[in-house]
Design a protein around this ligand. Structure first.
Ligand SMILES: Nc1ncnc2c1ncn2[C@@H]1O[C@H](COP(=O)(O)OP(=O)(O)OP(=O)(O)O)[C@@H](O)[C@H]1O
Ligand SMILES: CC(=O)N[C@H]1[C@@H]2OC[C@@H](O2)[C@@H](O)[C@@H]1O[C@H](C)C(=O)O
Length: 379
């Protein structure tokens, strides 16, 4: 089948910036990964998005843009267009000419129980600013068919798992874990659809904690946590929340978990304890998979926190599983979500399913996404 070259754009729940990646794919198991790029948001813009999450709480119908949301949606879209222009202008090798852009936008509200998910991102505007067709709003159709609207990255994880180097063949089943603001896991069986769900808080609580208590945006290299210790009672308080006793499919809004349980801790103990929560939540997820995975492949910014990864390794070793970073499997743990949005855009063009009953709970495998073409139409 012919390959389509696509750019994927992701602005995730950490609200730290725009990830961009290029790949060529047939939308099935053939994936040729290309270069990637990151454009950080400055602190003031991150705070503006955070404030917008409050404005978004008033939304009852997904086209509403109360408060700052309309202006912010335009600015986010313009920043994505600038990111594409910079990426294409800054020495991208000439191996691919992107024919399509997959645009996630910025989630400001996610209420799966109300079939409501809102991503700020104006697809037609991005198409006109970049001069390229754009697939956007890829979560909505899943919800129309009863799905959670997240996670969407599992279709891409499955394609990657099935093209791992031969030395990983005996390590099936494989699970991917993306430690972003929120973590999500994908279990990839030898055959059949992936099994996936959001697994709990990733970095968002750690970011909020170190910003509130220490004035820094994230715990770089886990340095703050290195000065502290795990407070087991606080870890237990998080893990007894009802979210963990529910089986998948399930998905989270960034604000579903808060710092309430960590209240009163010292800065370093809080950072260390929240890293332990993040790892424990991922290990809990194995209990909701058809079988415990033999190999965990870790992606997302949380893999740069050695406490999260260390706790994960310790817990996995106890059940005979191995934990590696995405790079250990020849993958790129920073670019993976942006790559996924490029991959999903091609699947959307080919009307292939983006989600499955086993990943979001949709009634049947379902495609999705709107296409903003250059003629200004959308379909
Ligand atoms: N050097 C580092 N040390 C520790 N943590 C880091 C480092 N770099 C990034 N992070 C963490 O990773 C986060 C960003 O991760 P990532 O880009 O995967 O999230 P995201 O894509 O926004 O989230 P999501 O997957 O939930 O949409 C940062 O907010 C920070 O907490
Ligand atoms: C609604 C929404 O934006 N959810 C994000 C969020 O960030 C991580 C986790 O929660 C995941 O479900 C999802 O993103 C990933 C990329 C996904 O859809 O696969």
């Amino acid at each position: 089948m012919t390959q389509t070259c696509a750019i994927g754009l992701m602005s995730g729940t950490s609200m730290d910036g725009i990830d961009l990646a290029m790949l060529a794919t047939d939308g099935e198991n053939s994936v040729r990964r290309g270069p990637s790029f990151f454009v950080p948001y400055e602190a003031g813009f991150r705070r503006r998005i955070e404030a917008a999450l409050e404005d978004a709480r008033a939304i009852v119908s997904r086209d509403e843009r109360p408060g700052d949301l309309a202006a912010l949606e335009r600015e986010i879209t313009e920043r994505h267009a600038d990111a594409v222009a910079r990426f294409l202008g800054e020495g991208v090798d000439g191996s691919g000419r992107p024919e399509i852009i997959g645009f996630h936008g910025q989630t400001v509200l996610h209420r799966p129980q109300a079939a409501l998910t809102v991503q700020l991102g104006d697809g037609p505007l991005l198409a006109s600013l970049t001069g390229r067709p754009v697939v956007y709003d890829m979560r909505a159709n899943d919800m129309v068919l009863g799905g959670q609207g997240a996670p969407l990255v599992p279709a891409y994880h499955a394609a990657l798992a099935r093209s791992l180097p031969p030395e990983f063949a005996w390590k099936t089943p494989v699970a991917f874990v993306n430690i972003g603001g929120i973590s999500n896991v994908t279990y990839v069986p030898a055959d059949g659809d992936p099994v996936a769900f959001d697994s709990g808080p990733g970095n968002a609580l750690i970011d909020q904690w170190v910003f509130r208590e220490g004035g820094v945006p994230f715990d770089a290299g886990g340095a703050i946590a290195s000065e502290g210790g795990v407070v087991d009672s606080v870890v237990a308080a998080y893990l007894t929340k009802p979210f963990f006793s529910r089986s998948g499919p399930k998905s989270l809004d960034r604000n579903d978990f808060t710092l309430a349980e960590a209240q009163g801790l010292e800065l370093a103990d809080g950072a260390r304890t929240l890293a332990a929560v993040s790892a424990a939540a991922i290990l809990e997820a194995a209990g909701n998979m058809p079988e415990p995975p033999k190999l965990w492949i870790v992606c997302g910014g949380g893999r740069k926190n050695p406490h999260i990864v260390g706790d994960l390794k310790t817990g996995a070793e106890k059940v005979g599983a191995e934990v590696i970073l995405a790079e250990g499997a020849g993958l790129d743990g920073d670019a993976m979500e942006a790559e996924a949005w490029a991959y999903l855009a091609v699947r959307s063009l080919r009307r292939l399913p983006l989600t499955f009953p086993t990943t979001t709970g949709c009634r049947e495998p379902v495609s999705g996404g709107l296409l903003a073409s250059l003629e200004g139409g959308k379909s």
